[in-house]
Design a protein around this ligand. Structure first.
Ligand code: AMP
Length: 564
């Protein structure tokens, strides 16, 4: 098998896709085809019907979307505006997601993609279909509705995709599918994707597919003895919570050295920026970087000057680093085998390693594949709470104190303690000393990104003081996350077009509004605007401050709404 050079998209070109599609995936930061893409794309480009086994997260959408668009782009004049491809999916969410992916891959192709799903106004969809849609992505019920109203005609369909067919059957769409397929021409090309090849899937394939080629990702056989012995934990988190969850995990685990895997170059860059803006020392590594830059990053990581490396699979391939304590799958790998490669970077030569995976609720099936392949349990973890973090911090302080006492040389300090002992109990003196040490450590780091489901509140007008005048915040352990109240989402009128980075936003907000940068939540930078979460109780102060200032030389407007 040809291994594409890291950094180009020759892997996609060598599958036979047209140049504009190769350019589209390259612009999205895809470095190489995933296993299902490598197998399925040539089969579909050759015009065969196909029965594919692939779960969510394997890159299956692009596996059918790219050949589909390739086929339609060959002649964009005939049947212009008519439905030439139909993708049936089980749910409204998937319809939106698949349509969005198709839309991105189809950029510049003159092909229109329209999603149709239940629960959304009919007239809007009818207008979109009337304007002309070569690719329709829909749920069976709603597609049938449109067929009955004659607002959709499938007589020109050249390609039909049944995505997540097993789920569609589970949801009772079997008859609807039959009725819809009957409206499409017999000579169409058909692809069916399901998570298993169960008998009922083979039966529906028998009905609607013509001598299909089966595409199944061969599972690498591994002797259990060869598998890395690492603790495997997965956290189930929704898309919007990933940064917050990662931050919690990093704080709790305090990895000596971690590799965080993302799927695309863009995600690597974004996550690196976000982590750095929140005070973690992260370096990016992907195929789009110059060799010299990559060498520099590797040098920093090897010499333990950077403790977090955020990388794509391609860029991290073949890296031989001994000291990785944690592998974190920020995005799921595209196949269980890739997972095994990733976690093989930790737990080397008898060292203890931890593999942590963030999976969306829909992606849990992947974890079962992993368990089967690795013959090891993947524990489903509960995200550490603030109390857990505090406990962990105090344990670390205890260890540090033990070491310090053993090291000796404390005579001067003992004198000080003795004199204070005239006034206070020894235990109070020791507790205050520990609290002060933790507090100063706290000031050198920035706390984490908030999670949606924790909402105690705290005012930021100053730390609470107890009745003896002690600063209770000082008793917080270092790097403990702040308490989290309700959050406000700010929409700030600058983004990538103005070369804005998370650090610019954090700097402007923290600096101008005089709030600790640790209270700033998730940041998302779009082309011409950015979204930043901040606690409700400082929102007005931040808005007023931002109106007075400039970010990277630009005056900004700010809009706000409750974060969730
Ligand atoms: P899917 O399995 O189709 O739901 O895809 C899961 C995710 O993988 C999506 O966010 C895609 O954008 C991403 N993806 C698909 N193909 C690739 C690839 N070749 N390289 C990197 N990311 C990909």
């Amino acid at each position: 098998m040809k291994t594409p050079t890291a950094g180009d998209s020759s892997g996609f070109a060598s599958l036979g896709l047209a140049a504009p599609l190769v350019a589209a995936v390259s612009a999205l930061g895809y470095e190489e085809p995933t296993p299902i893409q490598r197998e399925a794309i040539p089969v579909l480009l050759a015009g065969h019907d196909m029965l594919g086994q692939a779960a969510t997260g394997t890159g299956k959408t692009a596996a059918f979307a790219l050949p589909l668009l390739n086929k339609l782009s060959e002649d964009t004049k005939t049947n212009r505006g008519k439905a030439r491809a139909l993708v049936l999916v089980p749910t409204r969410e998937l319809a939106m997601q698949v349509a969005e992916a198709l839309h991105k891959y189809a950029k510049g192709s003159n092909l229109n993609v329209v999603p149709v799903y239940g629960g959304a106004p009919m007239d809007h969809q009818i207008r979109a279909l009337r304007r002309g849609a070569e690719v329709v992505v829909g749920t069976p019920g709603r597609v049938l509705d449109h067929l009955r109203r004659q607002t959709l005609n499938l007589a020109a369909v050249e390609m039909l995709v049944l995505d997540e067919a097993d789920e569609m059957l589970d949801m009772g769409f079997s008859e609807d599918i039959d009725l819809i397929v009957a409206e499409t021409p017999k000579e169409r090309q058909t692809a069916l994707f399901a998570a298993t090849f169960a008998p009922r899937i083979l039966s529906i394939a028998g009905k609607h597919l013509k001598t299909p080629k089966k595409v199944q990702i061969a599972q690498e056989k591994r002797a259990p003895g060869k598998l890395p012995q690492v603790r495997q934990v997965a956290y189930i988190v929704g898309r919007g919570q990933k940064t917050g969850a990662l931050s919690r995990i990093l704080d709790f685990e305090s990895p000596k050295s971690a590799i965080i895997f993302c799927r695309t170059r863009l995600e690597v860059d974004e996550l690196t920026d976000t982590l750095n803006a929140h005070g973690y020392g992260a370096q990016a590594l992907h195929g789009g970087m110059m060799q010299k830059q990559r060498d520099r990053v590797m040098q920093l990581f090897r010499s333990e000057k950077a403790d977090i490396l955020v990388a794509t699979d391609v860029a991290a391939r073949g890296l031989d680093i001994d000291h990785v304590s944690h592998v974190i799958n920020y995005d799921l790998p595209t196949a269980p085998e890739v997972y095994v490669h990733r976690i093989g970077r930790t737990g080397r030569i008898g060292r203890e390693g931890v593999a942590i995976t963030l999976a969306a609720p829909r992606e849990q099936r992947f974890l079962q594949y992993v368990e089967r392949l690795t013959k090891q349990k993947v524990e489903i973890g509960k995200l550490p709470t603030e109390a857990d973090l505090r406990k962990r911090r105090l344990e670390a302080a205890k260890d540090a104190l033990r070491e310090r006492i053993a090291a000796g040389g404390l005579d001067d300090t003992k004198e000080l303690v003795e004199s204070l002992a005239q006034e206070f109990e020894l235990i109070d003196i020791a507790a205050a000393a520990v609290a002060m040490a933790n507090d100063s450590a706290d000031k050198t780091v920035v706390a984490d990104v908030p999670l949606a489901d924790e909402r105690p509140s705290r005012s930021y007008d100053g730390p609470p003081r107890d009745d003896r005048g002690f600063d209770r915040a000082a008793a917080r352990p270092a790097r403990a996350p702040r308490d989290e109240g309700p959050m406000t989402l700010l929409r700030i009128s600058v983004g990538k077009d103005e070369s804005i980075r998370p650090a610019d936003l954090v700097g402007a907000i923290a600096g101008e509004a005089k709030i600790p940068s640790g209270v700033i939540g998730a940041i998302k930078i779009h082309d011409d605007y950015s979204l930043v979460e901040i606690p409700d109780d400082v929102a007005q102060r931040v808005i007023t401050a931002l109106k007075r200032t400039q970010i990277r030389g630009h005056r900004v407007t700010v809009q706000s709404k409750p974060a969730r």
